[in-house]
Design a protein around this ligand. Sequence first.
Ligand SMILES: Nc1ncnc2c1ncn2[C@@H]1O[C@H](COP(=O)(O)OP(=O)(O)OP(=O)(O)O)[C@@H](O)[C@H]1O
Length: 226
Amino acid sequence: MILFEEVSKIYAGEHAALKQVDFHLKQGEMAFLTGHSGSGKSTLLKLISLMERPTTGRMVLNGNDISNIKGDDIPYLRRHIGMIFQDHRLLMHRSVLENVGLPLLIEGYSRYEIKRRSLAALEKVGLMGKEDFAPINLSGGEQQRVGIARAIINQPPLLLADEPTGNLDPKLSLEILSLFESLNEYGMSVLIATHDLGLIAKMRYRTLTLKDGEMINDGLMRERNG
Ligand SMILES: Nc1ncnc2c1ncn2[C@@H]1O[C@H](COP(=O)(O)OP(=O)(O)OP(=O)(O)O)[C@@H](O)[C@H]1O
């Protein structure tokens, strides 16, 4: 699903945010990406989602070599990636249904189809009945679910999440993680960047660790108790 071969990213000002990073996330796999603040987690996700370009190295996404991809091809490839952010980036005063359907509106789908697919996505994240609410009137955990519903509306094969539980308490964080697990069981590949080592330790997933732009560990952090 994602293959990095010796990928480096040097931002203007010559700061090396990623140094010769190698990893392979297989189709249908779920993994965590961790490391201290500034270690390069967001940069790695931005390279996968084509928001930033690598300085050197080879990147393959879903069978396509994206190392030297042309600008015109980027929107098509992005459609196959669901992105989830800590601050969920919702339109707070529009309805949940409008927020979730936004990617399809941009792509020119009919109103009927947008509503049908939005309701199906809301059902997947456990938010049926909330479609007419404005996100501002929902809890933090529910708002994050709206962001997840919006990310999966195109049924992307890959879901990238950047600190998706950063604003949530431990119980809600686990609920969001269980939601990612259920999406992974539907077959989506999932990569979750997080600082939350406690949360990682509770789950039994492969964990990629970055330190100062280098991939220093790739494996299970700890077995789940019981
Ligand atoms: N657009 C940019 N221009 C220059 N330097 C940048 C840019 N974006 C990130 N950096 C630098 O690259 C390094 C890695 O940043 P990145 O945001 O990828 O880290 P992170 O692990 O996601 O951090 P955090 O957990 O705090 O979000 C940092 O030193 C950061 O200052």
